[in-house]
Design a protein around this ligand. Structure first.
Ligand SMILES: Nc1ncnc2c1ncn2[C@@H]1O[C@H](COP(=O)(O)OP(=O)(O)O)[C@@H](O)[C@H]1O
Ligand SMILES: [Mg+2]
Length: 277
């Protein structure tokens, strides 16, 4: 293992906490699945936003979630991150960690990070400062917030800047970045916290074609070492990144497969792509 690999290994939250947490909190992906969702239902005033939904995501996968407005995509992310409590169902992180028994803060600390649609970078701080702040305020780093940034943290910031393609912009004010660059910066801020699973909501909305292409490359590169779940409407984008696409409809999984399989699925064509049969 190289020093960098060793460092990466140490930065993984499940490893960082290994000596602190109870045995059942180590994320067990021995069966390859990192997220188990079964029979999940959520209702708002009797309306079923999620209806007996089943979803299994493998460790290291890049999964796209698509579906018309109101299909339940955001609600699903809200349940995974502990923001919304379901009426029934199971949500497990690896084999053993029951996410429904955890608070939103605990779930974040276990390594499930989320990027909302609208970028929320600190506009009056530099690109570097934004990443540094995200690194130092990530839950496992709280005590370091007011201390000197260590060499290891500097390396980590550099690595993140390189990954998101903003190394040349490190001293620039975040507010001066293009919309696309702000989205990358926010992905970088999420990355700095070392998540095991990244939930990304509509990353390419409002991006130029070139920015969209680079985002596809970025998210593809991020998967593998971590699991990335992307909600997106842009079909060309989904086609360019997705290995497996899950189509949600009325709170359930309507179809799952490669983009081609999903697009050829009669039920999908009827309800989502709006094509006549
Ligand atoms: N807090 C809430 N209160 C009432 N209804 C909600 C709430 N959140 C979502 N819904 C409803 O649940 C359905 C699914 O919403 P959502 O998960 O946001 O879908 P998507 O993200 O796929 O567009 C929609 O009909 C929406 O109006
Ligand atoms: Mg939504």
């Amino acid at each position: 293992m190289s020093a960098l690999e060793q460092f990466r290994e140490l930065m993984r939250r499940d490893r960082v906490f290994e000596f602190l947490v109870e045995d059942n909190e180590i994320i067990d992906v021995s069966h390859k699945v990192i997220l188990y969702i079964e029979g999940l239902s959520v209702s708002f005033d009797g309306f079923k936003a999620l209806n007996d939904l089943n979803l299994y995501v493998n460790d290291g996968e890049l999964r796209c979630l698509i579906g018309a407005n109101g299909a339940g995509k955001t609600t699903l992310m809200d349940v995974i991150t502990g923001k919304t409590r379901p009426d029934s169902g199971k949500v497990f992180f690896g084999q053993r960690v029951d996410l429904l028994k955890r608070t939103e803060a605990e779930i974040a600390m276990l390594g499930i990070g989320r990027k909302f649609q609208k970028p929320t970078v600190f506009e009056f701080h530099s690109v570097f400062d934004n990443i540094e702040l995200a690194l130092k305020t990530s839950k496992d780093m709280l005590p370091t917030l007011f201390s000197r940034t260590t060499d290891a943290q500097m390396d980590r910031i550099d690595e993140v800047l390189k990954t998101i393609g903003l190394k040349e912009h490190r001293m620039q004010l975040a507010g001066a970045l293009s919309h696309g660059q702000k989205q990358w910066l926010e992905i970088g801020m999420l990355l700095a916290s070392g998540p095991r699973v990244m939930l990304v909501d509509e990353p390419v909305a409002g991006m130029t074609a070139q920015e969209t292409e680079r985002t596809a490359e970025l998210l593809t590169a991020l998967a593998g070492e971590r699991t990335v779940i992307v909600v997106e409407h842009d079909m060309e984008f989904v086609r360019s990144i997705a290995k497996t696409v899950t189509v949600l409809h009325q709170g359930s999984v309507l179809a799952e497969g490669t983009m081609n399989e999903v697009q050829e699925n009669a039920a999908v064509r009827e309800v989502y792509l709006g094509e006549e049969q």
